[in-house]
Design a protein around this ligand. Structure first.
Ligand SMILES: Nc1ncnc2c1ncn2[C@@H]1O[C@H](COP(=O)(O)OP(=O)(O)O)[C@@H](O)[C@H]1O
Ligand SMILES: [Mg+2]
Length: 229
């Protein structure tokens, strides 16, 4: 196999963000640098309120920085217009949150399929079904495809949510305290499932409070005083 010199997936430099709440504006991020390569995993630790979710929402293009530079792949997207940012968001990123956000009246497979229905591009019914099953299989719950969330455990529900994030084959998986609502053992399993996505070349940014989960990542960073160290 030829060794490829890959440019980083994500390159943030000097990212700043000030949030304007009811009180005076608060600087949440004051010069964040972060590089993530394909297949790499990064844990972000930091106490509550330190800006971890804010940082993830900037990476995932839900929000935009006030300053600094954001390069995705080889493209400078720092000042990309919102419409294009929204396209990139759904094409390049998969999101996993503490809450699973599954639709109760739909089966696991239908919940995952929602990500294809809402995404850009059109797939035939058969192709869609194959993609959904592959995603459920990847997280180890293909046998639960026809189950609805109320019949699934917390860990199984989170795996459905991860399958939903993976089904569009994102380049980067962003997980914001995905084990926050799970017991330790189930949480470990979910972290392993997230990590397995990196073996297929996905970049993974995991925000967590759990030092054991963080230690499983390739790199552990801490957000403190608006900076990553
Ligand atoms: N929309 C907002 N407007 C103003 N302040 C906000 C907003 N969202 C979050 N904050 C504040 O920004 C800080 C960072 O929040 P957040 O990124 O959610 O931290 P973390 O995820 O590390 O707990 C917190 O102090 C929070 O209260
Ligand atoms: Mg948070």
């Amino acid at each position: 196999m030829t060794a490829l010199i890959q440019s980083p997936l994500i390159q943030l430099s000097g990212i700043t963000k000030t949030l304007k709440g009811q009180d005076e504006p608060r600087t949440i991020l004051s010069g964040v640098d972060l590089t993530v390569h394909s297949g790499q995993s990064v844990a972000i630790l930091g106490r509550s309120g330190s800006g971890k979710s804010t940082l993830l929402s900037l990476i995932g293009l839900f929000d935009r920085p006030d300053g600094g530079q954001y390069i995705l792949g080889e493209r400078d997207i720092t000042k990309l217009p919102e419409r294009k940012a929204a396209q990139l968001r759904s094409a390049e990123f998969g999101f996993v949150f503490q809450r699973f956000f599954l639709l109760k009246h739909l089966t696991a497979a239908q919940n995952v399929a929602m990500a294809l229905v809402n995404g850009q591009g059109w797939h035939s019914r058969r192709k869609r079904k194959a993609k959904v099953l592959a995603a459920l299989d990847q997280v180890g719950i293909a046998h639960l495809a026809k189950h609805k969330p109320p019949r699934l455990s917390g860990g199984e529900q989170q795996r459905v949510a991860i399958a939903r994030a993976l089904v569009r084959e994102p380049r980067v998986l962003l997980a914001d305290e995905p084990t926050g609502a799970l017991d330790t053992e189930t949480g470990n399993l979910v972290v392993d499932v997230l990590l397995s996505a990196t073996h297929r070349g996905c970049g993974l940014v995991l925000v967590t409070h759990d030092h054991d989960h963080a230690a499983k990542m390739g790199r552990v960073l801490s957000l403190h005083d608006g900076k990553l160290a």
